[in-house]
Design a binder for this molecule. Sequence first.
Ligand code: SF4
Length: 55
Amino acid sequence: MAYVINEDCIACGSCIDECPVEAIKEGDIYVIDPEICTDCGTCVDACPTEAIHPA
Ligand code: SF4
């Protein structure tokens, strides 16, 4: 399992430095690599648009 970022992402970058394993990649909408994500949930609270959810 991994967390996913949905279309509510505004690409603000708030989450990217919170991830301890650097699983989040920049883009028009940010993406979490499910192969890297450890399901820790740290990024969820960093998102101002609540775009990050468990898959
Ligand atoms: Fe990174 Fe944890 Fe968010 Fe997965 S849940 S992307 S490991 S901060």
